[in-house]
Design a protein around this ligand. Sequence first.
Ligand SMILES: Nc1nc2c(ncn2[C@@H]2O[C@H](COP(=O)(O)OP(=O)(O)O)[C@@H](O)[C@H]2O)c(=O)[nH]1
Ligand SMILES: [Mg+2]
Ligand SMILES: [Zn+2]
Length: 384
Amino acid sequence: MSKWKYRESDDYFSYDKIRRGKDKRKKNKKAIDNFVLDEDKWLVKDNWFKARVVEVHKRYAFVSPITEDGDIVTKDVWLSTVARKHLQSKRLERNNVVVGDVVLCRPATGEEPDVSEELPYCVVENLKPRFSEISRVDPASMERKHILASNVDQLLIVASFCSPLVKWGLIDRYLVLAEEQNIEPIIVLNKQDLLLEESEKFQKKAEEEIANYRSLGYKVFSISVLGKSQDDIEAIGESLKDKCSILSGHSGVGKSSLVNLFRPEITQEVEANADIFYKGRHTTTYASLLKLGTGGIVVDTPGIRSFLLGERSSIDLTYSFREMRPYLGKCKYRECRHIDEPDCAILEALHDGKITSRRYQSYKGLLLGDTGRQGRTRDDELEE
Ligand SMILES: Nc1nc2c(ncn2[C@@H]2O[C@H](COP(=O)(O)OP(=O)(O)O)[C@@H](O)[C@H]2O)c(=O)[nH]1
Ligand SMILES: [Mg+2]
Ligand SMILES: [Zn+2]
C-alpha cells in the first residue's frame, strides 16, 4: 500500500495532488513555520498541556507538565516525540527540541508507535520561542549548532582546580557565550582541597586568575564539594533560587556532586572514581533539568570535552571581553582585529597591563579559530 492512502473525504490527500507533490511540500513548509509559536497563539485543546523539556534523547524527549502557577514537577515525566509534520525541519540545529524548551503537548491517541509501557506518552505540537540558547558548534557536523539548553537565566561555569586541571581558556569561552546571550555567568572552582597539594606557583596563578575575573565583575566561588559546610556553597545555593541555571564544564569537575547538595528531585549520578575521566568514560550521558529542594531549577549537563564557539567578528568578540569594551572604536582602523595592526588601542592596553596576556590569548584564539580545536578527539563523539 502506498504511504499516502487515498481518502475520499479528505480532498487534500487526493492521489492526484500528492503525485504532483506540490501541495504536500506546501503543507509541510507551513507546518514547519508554525512549530515555533508564541504561547498566546497556541491552539490549546481540551486535554492538551504546557510542559518543559527535561531530557532529550535521539528519538524522543522527556517532558514534565507545567502547572497553572508556573511550577514544574520534574519527577512527573512523560515520554514525547515531536509531531510528525514538524520533523522535516531544515533548521540548522541538531535537535528539534532541547532541554529547557517550553512546549505544547497533546496526549498520544494510540496511533503513534508504542515506545514505553511505563510512561505516559505525548506529542509535541508547538515550541515557545526561546529567550536564550546555550550552544556550541556540533562536533559531528561543523555547520550545525548543537544547542545544549534553552531558556536559562544563568550559566554556572564549573571547573576544578585539578583532576581535571582547570582550563582558563574554556572558562573564557563560556563567558563569551554568557555575554552574548545576556545570561548571568557564575564561575565555580571546585576541589579546593586538592589545590592545597599543588605547588605554590600553581596556587598563585589560580589566585591571580580569580582576582582578575573578580575585578572584571564576575562572581567567582572557590569551593570543595567534599568539604561541604562552606559559606560559598550556601551563597551558590542562594544565587540558584528563583532562576533556571545551566551547569557546564568538563566531566569529572563535580557538577553532579554540587547539584546533589541542593536536594534535587532526582539525585544525580556521581562518578565513583574521578580517574574515570582520564579513561575517556563518563556516566552522566544526557543533560537533564531538575527542580532543587533549596529553590530554583538547574540543567545538569554531561561532560563536554570540546566546546567550540563558531566564528565571531572582532567587534563582537571585543565586546564579549569586558576589559576590551572600553577600547571599542579607539583603534586607528575601524576593522581592526587587534592582532598586528598599527595604532591598536587593545594592543596598547595589553602592553600597559590593562588586559592580561592570558585573556588576550583567549580572544586571539577565538578570533583566529584555533582555540578549542586542540584536543578535538574521538572523545567528542563519546561525550556528546
Ligand atoms: N577531591 C575532590 N573530589 C571531588 C570534589 N567534588 C567532587 N569530587 C569527585 O569528583 C568526581 C566527579 O564528580 P561528578 O560530580 O560526577 O562530576 P561531573 O562529571 O562534573 O558531574 C567524583 O568522584 C567526586 O566524588 C571535591 O570537592 N574534591
Ligand atoms: Mg555529572
Ligand atoms: Zn585594535
